[in-house]
Design a protein around this ligand. Structure first.
Ligand code: THU
Length: 140
């Protein structure tokens, strides 16, 4: 059975989603016009944001989640407990497969909150979104 999200204070979740929505506004997305923001929380409580960064060579696009991971790791932080993902879409824009795998590198038990511009929120976990995953320990 899928792991349920760790209990988090509702106010904290809403605050984190607000940070993610603010990050989405900074998106460089002239091609899709979709704005995505991520707010990644380290185990010590630091928050790293990211937005999607598109490129005229479309395949070079970087998703918001991976931008946040790169920001954190390049600041020396590699352990995370939660991520909020917000977008300009009306529905919750779930993290793509590539982002799920990149998040898995650093946190197999990440709590994930996803929200669109309006409407319902999805509270889930990386274990639920990427079951029976491949990870660093498989190389050992
Ligand atoms: N996008 C993200 O930022 N994160 C995801 O997990 C899925 C997709 C972005 C990439 C691109 O700029 C736009 O959404 C449409 O694919």
């Amino acid at each position: 059975m899928a792991q349920s999200p760790r209990p988090g204070a509702e106010d904290d979740i809403q605050d984190l989603l607000r940070v993610a929505h603010a990050a989405a506004v900074l998106a460089h997305s002239p091609y899709s016009k979709i704005q995505v923001g991520a707010a990644l929380v380290s185990t010590s409580g630091e928050i790293f944001t990211g937005c999607n960064v598109e490129n005229a060579s479309f395949g070079l696009t970087i998703c918001a989640e991976r931008a946040a991971v790169a920001k954190a790791v390049s600041a020396g932080v590699t352990s995370f407990r939660a991520i909020a993902i917000a977008s300009s879409q009306p529905h919750p824009l779930m993290p793509c497969g590539a982002c799920r795998q990149v998040l898995r590198e650093f946190a197999s038990d990440l709590v994930i909150h996803v929200q669109g511009k309006q409407g319902p929120r999805v509270d889930t976990t990386l274990a639920e979104l990427l079951p029976r995953s491949f990870g660093p320990s498989d190389l050992g």
